[in-house]
Design a protein around this ligand. Structure first.
Ligand code: ZN
Length: 180
């Protein structure tokens, strides 16, 4: 069903193209089609607009017609007017392209700025993590040092202990030792 509809659409587009030609930029044409619903509808609209001008001619014999740009029904009554009117479309299209180019550039610049910010933040994060890691290492080292010192002191105390005991064996200390 969908396939046959799509096929029908393509046929209508083909009919439209061979009868009226298709002018305009791709985006504008797509917008027009989605607004009006289908190439069939567009064809009908164009057909009736043209039909209304069927027997109208300018003094020079130019047949009145609607503009060749898709979705535009401006009536043109001479070749000069048609050229002028088409120029308006072309100018509009050029301006649109300029704007799109400008938008594209701005987007690229924005992306570059975001990438720059991201990189800077990543670097800052890394620095902070490195700082934390360093501090932790320092702390660990200090802790080890303290433990080592304590161990040494204990070892020294042990070494000194027999002396102490010997010292404690002096009469004035001895009473204290007994108390403990
Ligand atoms: Zn037009």
């Amino acid at each position: 069903m969908c396939r046959s509809l799509a096929h029908e659409e393509m046929q209508w587009k083909h009919v439209f193209h061979s009868k009226y030609g298709i002018l305009g930029d791709k985006d504008d044409i797509e917008k027009t089609i989605s607004k009006i619903g289908s190439w069939r509808n567009l064809f009908c609209e164009k057909y009736y607009s043209e039909k209304a001008l069927k027997f109208k001619y300018s003094a020079t014999g130019w047949k009145h017609r609607t503009c060749n740009y898709v979705g535009c029904y401006q009536v043109v009554r001479s070749l000069e007017k048609q050229i002028k009117h088409h120029q308006v479309h072309e100018l509009r299209s050029t301006k649109k392209q300029d704007r799109q180019e400008e938008t594209r550039k701005r987007k690229l610049e924005k992306d570059a700025r975001q990438e720059e910010t991201r990189k800077r933040k990543d670097a800052q994060k890394k620095d902070r993590q490195e700082e934390i890691r360093k501090r932790k290492l320092e702390k660990d080292a200090q802790k080890k040092e303290r433990q080592e010192e304590t161990r040494k002191r204990k070892a020294d105390a042990k070494k000194e202990a027999p002396n102490k005991r010997r010292r404690k064996s002096s009469p004035d200390v001895e009473t204290q030792v007994v108390d403990v």
